[in-house]
Design a protein around this ligand. Structure first.
Ligand code: ADP
Ligand code: ZN
Ligand code: ZN
Length: 810
């Protein structure tokens, strides 16, 4: 008899898999979804491993199979284990990441008859009635029987029949409720020639929209979706209705298969002749793909470093085609914000009808369809945001992560995985090559490339001649503005440049990183910012106590009256929001039309595209926004980008603040000058000498990296150590602090008793976001070589949230 290690869908199961016996006659594979008895319930489970011996003495049997086909491949089953171990998350939470959408559905109990002989006279009338019903239909759901017999009676009768071996229960998942998608379509009700004559008449009578639509349909001579016709003719539905009323056009509902990509209007594209730099990068990836396919080497991780427009995407496309040639498939991750029609179109046109798209905004039905089709091997490429790394793509040969430094790749809920680390692990398990691409690689990624863990590939220049230059960057020292008597948020330089651009009918983007707001204190005279002496992170102002606090180690100090460096009294809280900026800009440039783009305005699904469309159509002169606008825009009329305050990012109380600033400023700078008009970038700051700003202004990644890595080494921050954050959350602040202190003592005792030298515990301190939705948060940080391995040995009580390799402010 064999045994299976099963991850069970129950909160009680936590980090463990459970051993179950495989009943004879049942064939079980790794990755299969099964029913298992758990306590007095029957629960869903997924088989992660087959063993000859159980891990415990007493085992129960697997009750049945949910679906004959395994839902996880063996390598994904291993990946689930790794996720749970590395991120300290419940095992089933890790498994659930890879299950088909809608897997966790209600269970429906069915009753079917057995072929056992029986004596009719031994049955009660009710029993006989129920049995006949079941026999008549083959199987009947318990719900159906309950309707007929009443809830209590039905259950009792079924138990009796099952007890006598005359009926058996089986369990099935409730079907996914997927509504078919229908679209309204238009077609001609008359011959094309006649339609054109009618169109001419309509035009004479001044009904030009109707005429245009009719002409369009006559040209197409096919059924056209209403939405497409409306877009092409720029008319509303009333125009179509008018033609329907005249008997010239018919309108009907047509059911369509859900296809998240509309291939309508996408023409196939062909590989471009690569530049020398692209060629050399491509050759390296190609050779690794080949070597792996032949089984000569283990797959490699590549870092493709190149500014926006240097041709990284073309390299991804050709590498994917290469993988496909070798009988493999790929997964491409892009940040959520990059999942724009343009990005998808580039992949879809190179691999027509062979691209699947996965992201959180698809309906459950769309996700379900796409998941099944991916598993069936219908696609060469799966493209999606973070969670697409868990797509059931078979024959994985290549994983591409574009903009690999983006923080959206880190999930903030359990399991707090980072898609890049998951990708590297998955690639190791499946034998796939990984390509990480970025203009501003994550410092940790670049460090691995420098160490030789990853292969570094460089695309030093932009591809297209017109875009061959990078914009001029001017760094404005805000301290000088104040000295010159300018109290406005616009420096003289920036306001002159804005005025000039607007006068010349060009466009401006003003950028403000609102996060962090007025939480830090800075001297407006000399730029000095108050920092923790131990951790060097910016001190955060705590409103309740009116003190400055280090949110890492809890160092506190009162707010000084004068600047500790220059003794100026002009020490104050800085930070303005996008709304305030919009006001000020309106006041300073009354002749300019403004458009604001931040999270408040873009809550709706399509509003990103709408705002962008408006700006592109030059309905506004100045676009004001947060970091969202730093990504993926291509706006030819923009000749000026102003970073209103680089200091809000620079002074976030996070050791990655410098990296963050460099990335943001570099991305923003990359926005300007992509058109033929050329561009200018103006960065306002109180810290013009900071290396992150200096390096970004010079478009020099390596200059930034060298300084940053030295700083990380000196303060023993990642990549030289790893971090784990533990946050305790409770409505009572004092209790929260006490629990955090108790936990620290426990951790320190554990470290001391085991003689572990390389792990330290920092804090406790109030978390940067000390209070969230009425609950307080205190934080501990563990720093060491393998904090996750250490923590897995320690029982962590309820109320604690653990984040391994945390990113950002927790
Ligand atoms: P990135 O992904 O680094 O931003 P892209 O691959 O999007 O760069 O390339 C930028 C532009 O240059 C695109 O319009 C692309 O079509 C074009 N391009 C890329 N590679 C080549 C090439 N080898 N020859 C001609 N044009 C290219
Ligand atoms: Zn000062
Ligand atoms: Zn500190």
């Amino acid at each position: 008899m064999g045994y299976a290690e099963v991850s069970v869908n129950s909160p009680v199961a936590q980090h463990r898999a459970f051993s179950y016996a495989i009943p004879s006659g049942l064939s079980i594979d790794v990755g299969q979804a099964v029913w298992v008895p758990f306590g007095d319930k029957l629960l869903q489970g997924v088989v992660l491993e087959l063993t000859r011996y159980p891990a415990v003495e007493e085992t129960r049997e697997i009750a049945g199979i949910i679906e004959p086909r395994p839902i996880l491949s063996p390598s994904r089953a291993l990946l689930a284990r790794w996720l749970s171990e590395h991120y300290l998350s419940p095992l089933f939470d890790a498994v659930a990441l890879m299950l088909p959408p809608g897997f966790e559905r209600r269970v429906v109990t069915f009753i079917c008859s057995t072929s056992r002989e029986y004596d009719v006279s031994s049955l009660t009338q009710e029993q006989r009635y129920a049995l006949e019903l079941v026999q008549g239909q083959g199987k009947v759901s318990l719900g159906q029987l309950e309707k007929v017999l009443g809830k209590k009676r039905a259950q009792a009768i079924i138990s009796q029949l099952v007890g006598r071996g005359l009926a058996a229960r089986s369990y099935e998942l409730e079907p996914v409720k997927v509504r078919p998608k229908v679209v309204l379509c238009l077609s001609l009700a008359v011959k094309a020639g006649e339609a054109q004559q009618e169109a001419a008449k309509l035009r004479k009578r001044g009904a030009s929209k109707q005429a245009a639509l009719l002409d369009f349909l006559a040209q197409q001579s096919r059924t056209v979706p209403l939405a497409e016709a409306r877009q092409k003719i720029n008319c509303d539905k009333a125009v179509a209705d008018a033609l329907v009323n005249k008997g010239l056009v018919t309108i009907e509902q047509i059911e369509v298969r859900r296809e998240p990509i509309s291939y309508e209007g996408i023409t196939p594209s062909y590989p471009l002749t690569l530049t020398a730099a692209q060629e050399s990068a491509f050759k390296s990836i190609q050779s690794s793909l080949l070597q792996v396919a032949k089984g000569y080497t283990l797959p490699a991780v590549f870092l493709l470093h190149g500014v926006t427009g240097s041709g990284k995407t073309e390299v991804y496309l050709q590498a994917l085609a290469e993988a496909v040639k070798l009988g493999k498939r790929g997964i491409v991750l892009v940040p959520e914000i990059a999942l724009t029609p343009q990005t998808i179109e580039r992949f879809a046109s190179r691999f027509p009808h062979k691209v699947a798209v996965l992201h959180s905004k698809l309906s459950l039905g769309e996700q379900f369809d796409e998941w099944q089709r991916i598993r069936n091997g219908e696609f060469d490429v799966v493209i999606g945001s973070r969670s697409a790394i868990f797509a059931p793509q078979p024959d994985l040969g290549l994983i591409v992560i574009d903009e690999e430094h983006e923080w959206t790749y880190k999930q903030q809920d359990t399991p707090c995985y980072h898609a890049r680390d998951v990708a590297i692990k998955l690639a190791e398990l499946t034998g796939a090559v990984v390509v990480l691409g970025s203009a501003t690689p994550d410092v940790e990624t670049f460090y691995h490339a420098q160490q030789g863990d990853y292969h570094l590939l460089c695309l030093p220049e932009r591809v297209t001649p017109g875009e061959g230059f990078l914009p001029r960057v001017e760094v404005v020292d805000l301290r000088d503005e104040l000295k010159a008597g300018n109290r406005s948020i616009f420096s003289r330089s920036l306001s002159e440049a804005i005025a000039k651009a607007v006068t010349n009918r060009q466009q401006v983007i003003l950028f403000l990183n609102r996060r962090g707001g007025a939480t830090f204190v800075q001297c407006r005279n000399c730029g000095f910012v108050l920092r923790c002496r131990r951790c060097e992170v910016t001190l955060t102002h705590h409103l309740a106590e009116d003190v400055l606090v280090c949110h890492r180690c809890n160092y506190k100090m009162p707010i000084p009256q004068v600047c500790p460096r220059c003794l100026s009294r002009r020490i104050k809280f800085l930070g303005i929001g996008t709304q305030k900026l919009e006001q000020e800009a309106g006041y300073t440039f009354p002749q300019a039309k403004l458009l604001r783009w931040d999270r408040d305005v873009t809550k709706r699904r399509h509003s990103h595209q709408e705002i962008l469309g408006k700006f592109r159509a030059h309905e506004a002169d100045i676009l004001i926004g947060t970091q969202m606008i730093a990504k993926g825009l291509d706006l030819p009329l923009v000749t000026l980008v102003g970073v209103v305050s680089a200091d809000t990012a620079l002074n976030l109380p996070d050791f990655r603040a410098g990296e963050r600033t460099f990335q943001l400023v570099s991305q923003v700078a990359g926005r300007a000058g992509r058109g033929i008009l050329g561009g200018q970038v103006i960065i306002q700051t109180y810290s013009p000498e900071h290396y992150a700003i200096q390096a970004a202004a010079k478009h020099d990644y390596v200059l930034f990296y060298d300084r940053e890595i030295a700083y990380r080494r000196r303060l023993r921050n990642p990549p030289f150590t790893r971090l784990a954050s533990l946050v305790y959350i409770h409505t009572n602040d004092a209790l929260c602090q006490r629990e955090a202190e108790r936990m620290k003592r426990q951790l320190v005792e554990e470290i001391d008793s085991k003689g572990i030298a390389d792990i330290s515990v920092i804090g406790p301190a109030p978390a940067f976001i000390h209070r969230l939705r009425g609950r307080f948060r205190w934080q501990l940080i563990l720093r060491g070589a393998e904090p996750s391995a250490f923590l897995s040995q320690i029982p962590i009580p309820r109320g604690w949230a653990v984040d391994i390799d945390p990113l950002g402010l927790v």
